[in-house]
Design a binder for this molecule. Structure first.
Ligand SMILES: [Fe+2]
Length: 246
């Protein structure tokens, strides 16, 4: 039976996106400020602005890295995601189910890249705007409860981030089913939700080489050690408060 007769274009596109990226991931991206415009009847993504200047995270992350990371890498994920969505629309219009299936990997990779980076920019803040200040309140208590201490959390994230082979992300997440904090890694541009449908990202650290190589060369552990000086715990705490009470 033709795909088109089973699902409308809009519904099928929605199903594919939810299966590949996860509704939580898209919601997280939307919450992180991802702008959207309409193109050919579908939502085309546009690059979200940063809440700070490219050089504002120096000396932890250089302005050159931030500019290239945002304007080139994140933009490329968006460009390729939008292109894949247009191709998906055409494939659905032609009832070409093989093409529909083939496009899923591009949608997952590039859509995941957009979701993850939209969260990442929000996870960072210049020190003069509170970046690096330790978490307080309920998130601080939860970290002590689940990891023993804030220092123990840092140690765990740094160890898992350094050990991740190839490219990917290391996350602090909330498992909403068990109301528990977790540290997880994902490969490539897989969003955290791919590790479990009840997982919500609180913050993610990009450990692709493009996130640190121009400054830290091959020494990923030094990048991980320093990035805590610009983590925006105020934002992370707000996400935790919202998600843990929902
Ligand atoms: Fe990146």
């Amino acid at each position: 039976m033709a795909v088109r007769t089973l699902l409308s274009r809009k519904t099928l596109a929605s199903v594919l996106l939810r299966n590949d990226i996860g509704a939580g991931g898209m919601a997280a991206a939307a919450a992180a400020g991802a702008a959207q415009t309409h193109s050919r009847g579908i939502h085309a993504l546009t690059l979200p602005d940063l809440g700070y200047d490219y050089g504002a995270l120096e000396p932890v992350i250089s302005g050159e890295i931030m500019q290239i990371h945002h304007q080139k890498h994140h933009q490329t994920y968006i460009t390729n995601y939008n292109k894949a969505l247009e191709q998906l629309q055409d494939a659905i219009a032609k009832s070409d189910s093989s093409a529909v299936v083939k496009l899923q990997s591009a949608i997952k990779f590039n859509g995941g890249g957009h979701v993850n980076h939209s969260i990442f920019w929000k996870n960072l803040a210049p020190p003069r705007e509170g970046g690096g200040e330790s978490p307080h309140g309920s998130l601080g208590w939860a970290i002590d409860t689940h990891f023993g201490s804030f220092e123990a959390l840092i140690k765990k994230v740094n160890a898992e981030g350094a050990a991740l082979q190839g490219s990917g992300w290391v996350w602090l997440g909330l498992d909403k089913e068990f109301n528990k904090l977790v540290v997880e890694t994902t490969a490539n541009q897989d969003p955290l939700v791919t590790k479990g449908s009840s997982l919500v990202p609180l913050f993610g650290i990009d450990v692709w080489e493009h996130a640190y190589y121009l400054q830290y060369k091959n020494v990923r552990p030094d990048y991980l050690k320093n990035i805590w000086k610009v983590i925006n715990w105020k934002y992370v705490s707000e996400v935790y408060e919202k998600e843990s009470s929902a």
